[in-house]
Design a protein around this ligand. Structure first.
Ligand code: ADP
Ligand code: ZN
Length: 615
């Protein structure tokens, strides 16, 4: 098939003018009948890579996806574009299933979504043998990997698809990127001949910021009110309790927030997830159980109130922001207590030493990201093996942290830990060590006669928060460690280099909390403008954009679909800026395909026209 055909489908069906980086090559390859293994970050635009070939090739595209809860929405979104889509999963009764099967066999579908558990049934296999199939797409392909974090046994059935229909091209897609996982996917799916497509993992429109945690909820509130008022967003917490408390806190401050965690009953979870997807401007406070496959395009911020357990998990979670390419924020507050808490979890975790070592390595990488004085994005991409240059759109690029020579502070702290052990045979946590350094005569200090240590009070030049920052950075550098249930501090093999062998320890100054919460200027920085081409809306355009959103909410309600299924924010922004006055002008806007032009064109032009007369 020729390129113009796929391009035409891109514009006519999806309303997009151009392919994103990487999409074109993949679409061409699969359309031409080749197998593909696609690695693309969350929000990179994987769906089009199989949807367009399925539309161009004869037959029905079979999409295997574990995201059963989202199938209805995915199918609705496709139907809104005029694509004939259906799904088969366990939520349907036999009658519904038979109907969809009939549509499949008579060639009335372009795409059929299939839950992996259906592959086990003999009837599905017989079905797939009989219909005309354009391709097999295997979404979330990392689920086939037993070493990954998300293994689904049903995925092992997938290699049978190929035996069943060796003539049909297959495309496996995932956002989970390590080379090991990639190899395993290729082996298990027998994708020996598949061409590998590895897209850049950069998400330039997401601004990465990591701030020291002081008053996490207040810091979060500041972020939400000063930069993200009325925006949709996700707040991640580690525990169910903090999810509940944080959601209640936000509601108390007048922000519409919904909790989501595995402890809620299934109906509540489903309701909260569905409200988040459907309505504008809701905040979900969630444990990491939330988000797998959330393809809401206009999530404007992802905030972490606790330290994620790995860089991979963090990148996946933050990747849920800004799928539509508009500026978005990934914000993380992290503190010493996070490190201590997670070490404790790792020490107490089940599994063998190798497993614990792996968890430790993940945590270390995450700490290194938090404490870096370099560009966050360079660090993140480097973790995925992708070289890059400073991005101009993260906190360290926008407001480079001042660094200071922390060698003497490190020596004072390490020698306190050493003396407690050598002279007293004791180990203590950060709180007591800091009290000793600062010369505080607390009850606990007196009880242990720690005021008699020679290091007592040698660190009175630094405050509590500053000492905590020192400890955090020593932990991140592996010059200090925490262990046991009480998070006691212990030296490491490399501590001696600082104590006795002249190793210097550069440290970063924590920015003050207020400055950090405000971050660097959100817009108008030169670097930012270079990376994400979005101009601010002027006053009239903002008013029109708001009216278009109201119109969209109404249209979505009437049809019972999420607002973004009607139009994306990015499309409404462009309409608000360009103010089309004819259908053909409207049709030129990115994201307006033929079906939507027919269905919504008149309504949109009325909203635009009403604004013009009113103004
Ligand atoms: P992924 O599955 O990789 O996380 P999606 O396929 O859901 O990403 O795409 C993310 C968003 O980007 C979607 O809202 C989609 O409509 C949009 N998108 C994808 N490709 C393009 C394109 N070529 N032009 C404009 N928008 C696109
Ligand atoms: Zn940067």
């Amino acid at each position: 098939m020729s390129t113009p055909e796929t391009r035409r489908v891109l514009k006519r069906i999806f309303g997009y003018d151009s392919f994103r980086d990487g999409q074109q090559e993949i679409v061409d390859h699969v359309t031409g009948g080749g197998d593909a293994l696609v690695l693309m970050p969350t929000g990179g635009g994987k769906s089009l890579c199989y949807q367009i070939p399925a539309l161009v090739r004869p037959g029905v595209g079979i999409v295997v996806s574990p995201l059963i809860a989202l199938m209805q929405d995915q199918v609705d979104a496709l139907r809104a574009l005029g694509v004939r889509a259906g799904y088969l999963n366990s939520t349907q009764d036999p009658d519904e299933r038979r109907m969809v099967e009939g549509e499949f066999l008579s060639g009335e579908l372009d795409l059929l979504y299939l839950a992996p558990e259906r592959l086990r049934s003999e009837s599905t296999r017989r079905l797939l043998e009989r219909g005309e199939i354009s391709l097999f797409a295997i979404d979330e392909a990392h689920c086939v990997s037993q070493w990954g974090h998300d293994f689904r046994p049903d995925y092992l059935e997938l290699s049978r698809l190929h035996e069943l229909r060796p003539d049909v091209p297959r495309i496996a897609l995932t956002a989970t990127a390590t080379p090991d996982t990639r190899r395993e996917i290729a082996t298990r799916l027998r994708l020996d001949e598949a061409k590998h497509f590895v897209a850049s993992f950069d998400r330039p429109n997401i601004q990465y910021r990591i701030v020291p945690k002081s008053e996490p909820r207040t810091q979060l509130l500041e972020l939400l009110t000063s930069e993200h008022a009325g925006d949709s967003g996700i707040v991640y917490c580690l525990s169910r309790r903090s999810v509940e408390e944080t959601a209640a806190f936000l509601v108390g401050k007048g922000i519409e927030a919904l909790p989501y965690h595995a402890g809620l009953d299934a109906a509540t979870r489903l309701r909260n997830q569905s409200r988040f997807l459907r309505e504008d401007g809701l905040v979900v406070v969630a444990t990491i159980a939330f988000g797998m496959g959330i393809d809401k395009p206009d999530v404007r911020f992802v905030a972490h109130l606790d330290l994620p357990k790995s860089v991979e998990g963090y990148y996946q979670e933050t990747g849920r922001a800004g799928r539509d390419g508009l500026p978005s924020t990934a914000w993380l507050a992290y503190g010493l207590a996070d490190v201590v808490g997670q070490r404790k979890l790792i020490d107490g975790s089940d599994g063998d030493a190798a497993h614990r070592r792996r968890l430790s390595a993940h945590l270390d990488a995450m700490l290194a990201l938090c404490e870096t004085v370099d560009c966050r994005r360079v660090r993140l991409l480097d973790y995925f093996g992708e070289p890059s240059a400073p991005c101009g759109n993260c906190d360290t690029c926008l407001a480079p942290p001042r660094s200071w020579d922390g060698t003497v502070a490190a020596q004072k702290l390490l020698s306190t830990v050493v003396r407690l052990r050598r002279e007293r045979g004791q180990k203590f946590g950060a709180g007591q060590v800091i009290d000793i350094l600062r010369g505080k005569r607390t009850a606990k200090v007196s009880q242990h006669r720690h005021d008699e240590l020679s290091v007592f009070g040698v660190g009175s030049d630094l405050g509590d928060a500053e000492w905590r920052a020192v400890i955090r950075q020593l932990l991140a550098a592996g010059l200090l460690a925490v262990e046991g249930d009480y998070g006691t501090l212990v030296t490491t093999e490399t501590s001696d280099e600082v104590l006795y062998r002249g190793r210097t320890v550069p440290m970063r100054h924590d920015p003050s909390t207020r400055a950090a919460a405000r971050g660097a200027p959100r817009r108008d920085t030169e670097a930012r403008a270079r990376r994400v081409e979005v101009s601010d809306l002027d006053e009239a355009a903002t008013a029109l954009f708001d009216r278009l959103r109201e119109w969209r909410a109404e249209a979505a309600r009437e049809q019972g679909v999420p607002a973004y299924v009607v139009f994306h924010d990015a499309t409404l922004r462009e309409i608000a800026t360009r103010r089309p006055s004819t259908l053909s002008e409207l049709g030129a806007v990115n994201g307006v395909g033929d079906t939507k032009l027919t269905r919504y064109g008149k309504g949109v032009l009325e909203v635009v026209g009403a604004g013009q007369h009113g103004a």
